[in-house]
Write a protein that binds this ligand. Structure first.
Ligand code: ZN
Length: 212
């Protein structure tokens, strides 16, 4: 991994309960912050990338705690509806016709948009999860991925199996991509469905991601 030196940035620092913005250099070694000092110039090896951050803020990445990553392509297309009208008449019928390729490119677009505005970690809840994971790997973004489980048609077991099959194809050495179990919501999941997702989360020690 290439080391990184960020010079002359306005660095956002946290001290006690205060936020300070100070002009500092930051040295990143082996992917971790090694030093934050007024000026770093020592022993810079050949393989270091230097970024001049003058007039820029340097801060931790933002975290998007709830996303449906590919859905940004629907932005400004279905405003002004009630929740159920929006879900039943607009969004779900469109989602039923999405192809895997469309999900992949829509996910790329959303990841690029989030990265370009400072979000580096995303907690997602959607389906066609392989394509979302492929896009996350391509963008090297940190993501918590799942396969949403609903029970509006009484068929939660199929979706639960889909999640398990997807989770079983994970790369255990992968640092940036992790998983959650995601019952969609209290209004689209039966008691049995919620219980089954809770059991699975406990079994595999995974977090739960649900709309409340
Ligand atoms: Zn949501």
């Amino acid at each position: 991994m290439q080391d990184l030196l960020i010079k002359n940035g306005n660095v956002l620092l946290f001290k006690d309960d205060n936020i300070l913005i100070q002009n500092k250099d930051i040295l990143v070694k082996d992917g971790k912050i090694a030093k934050i000092e007024d000026e770093i110039s020592e022993n810079l090896n050949q393989n270091i990338k230097v970024i001049d951050a003058k007039d820029h803020i340097v801060m931790p990445g933002l975290i998007n705690t709830h996303a449906h990553i590919p859905m940004s392509i629907f932005r400004e297309t279905t405003e002004g509806c009630s929740l159920y009208e929006w879900l039943n008449e607009k969004i779900w019928p469109i989602e039923d016709s999405l192809t895997k390729e469309e999900i992949y490119y829509a996910s790329l677009l959303s990841f690029i948009e989030m990265l370009s505005t400072g979000t580096t970690c995303i907690n997602d809840q959607y389906f066609m999860s392989e394509q979302i994971r492929d896009a996350a790997r391509k963008c090297k973004v940190r993501a918590v991925i799942t396969r949403t489980i609903m029970d509006t048609d009484g068929n939660y077991k199929t979706r639960l199996e889909e999640f398990k099959n997807f989770y079983n194809t994970r790369d255990e050495n992968e640092d940036l991509i992790t998983y959650s179990v995601a019952p969609h919501s209290l209004y689209t999941c039966s008691g049995a469905c919620l219980q089954a997702t809770a059991d699975l989360a406990r079994e595999d020690n995974l977090p739960i991601h649900v709309h409340c």
